[in-house]
Design a protein around this ligand. Structure first.
Ligand code: F6P
Length: 341
């Protein structure tokens, strides 16, 4: 009888509950299939904190943000003894296969466990959309909708006051959120880690735009962009010792004000991008990936992650799927540039 453990690890994102629901619906449809929900990511597997998940436990959660299982960035290899720290729970609960819903870090941990003999299937999730093994991860669509809405709002106040507004968005080392959100919101400039920028040149372009009568501008900045001196801007470290990015807009905003002479304000969108109800697209993607991962795991697959290429569901070797962050391609950046100041 298949006993599937499911966990959500790393930063949360909209769509996690939709994916959990799909895993449960598919597994319990199997003869004697059972799902064990593991609480707070890998931490629950290390500490034995679990709860059974049946069909009734996942009713009404499709549209809810966050994760009913909780999450954390605790990692069995970094904060424990690796395989030895998760085996007792796997054995005690009779879990014979795992579905790991995580970003690149959690998927790498899943790959290590698979190499050590644990049966694991991964599901990519992150608002950053930077996982190599999939064209889209759920959470991303919701995040860019939030960014697009924010730009709509910032535009009217920027226009009223004839200001520049610098909007910082998440994305870690990639600019997917900045580029998609910026295109959707009609930003005058988008700065991403994938491409160097010249602040004096940007200031010149904004000045010419303002002199031509468009006396406001929205500049979207990805959190992973280096400051003008080339340094990464860190907001500290989290409870597990991981570096937190954030705050580069507070350097870029005042610098642009000095260079242009236009009053400038800074907005850091932060966790608004991660909270709340998933868009329809993210609900469907999470549901499809959850079903596909459950199928793969019931069929005995291990060491793989599900993903999507175009609109087709795929499975990819876990190591390959989370090898390098997937960067924004040059052709997409070139398209975004047509609309810059
Ligand atoms: O990876 C998702 C993400 O939201 C990044 O875009 C961001 O840098 C990070 O997580 C924020 O993490 P935390 O919730 O620990 O502040």
């Amino acid at each position: 009888m298949p006993v599937v453990g499911v966990l959500t690890a790393g930063g949360d994102c909209p769509g996690l509950n939709a994916a959990i629901r799909a895993v449960v619906v598919r597994v319990v449809a199997e003869r004697d299939g059972r799902v064990v929900g593991i609480l707070n990511g890998w931490e629950g597997l290390m500490e034995g904190t679990v709860r059974p998940l049946g069909r009734d436990d996942v009713r009404g959660i499709l549209a809810r943000g966050g994760t009913i299982l909780g999450t954390s960035r605790k990692d069995p290899y970094l904060h424990g003894e690796g395989l030895a720290s998760v085996l007792p729970t796997l054995e005690a609960e009779g879990i014979d296969r795992l579905v790991v819903i995580g970003g690149d870090g959690s998927l790498r941990t899943a790959a290590r466990l698979a190499d050590e003999g644990v049966s694991v299937v991964g599901i990519p999730k992150t608002i950053d959309n930077d996982i190599a093994g999939t064209d889209y991860s759920f959470g991303f669509d919701t995040a860019i909708q939030v960014v697009s809405d924010a730009i709509d709002r910032l535009t009217t106040t920027a226009e009223a006051h004839h200001r520049i507004i610098v909007l910082e968005v998440m994305g870690r080392t990639t600019g997917w959120i900045a580029v998609y959100g910026g295109i959707a919101g009609g930003a005058e400039a988008i700065l991403v880690p994938e491409e160097p920028y010249d602040l004096a040149d940007l200031a010149g372009r904004l000045r010419r735009r303002h002199e031509a009568g468009h006396t406001y501008s929205i500049v979207v900045v990805a959190e992973g962009v280096p400051d003008p001196s080339g340094a990464e801007t860190l907001a500290g470290v989290d409870a597990y010792g991981f570096a937190r990015l954030g705050g580069v807009a507070t350097v870029i905003g005042p610098a642009l004000e000095r260079l242009t002479g236009y009053e400038t304000r800074v907005t850091i969108l932060g966790h608004l991008q991660r909270g709340g109800t998933p868009t329809a697209f993210d609900r469907v993607l999470a549901t499809r990936m959850g079903l596909a991962a459950a199928e793969a795991c019931l069929a005995g697959a291990s060491g793989v992650m599900v993903g999507v290429r175009g609109s087709t569901l795929t499975t990819t070797d876990l190591w390959e799927g989370c090898a390098e962050p997937r960067l924004v391609p040059a052709d997409l950046l070139a398209q975004a540039r047509w609309f810059f100041a």
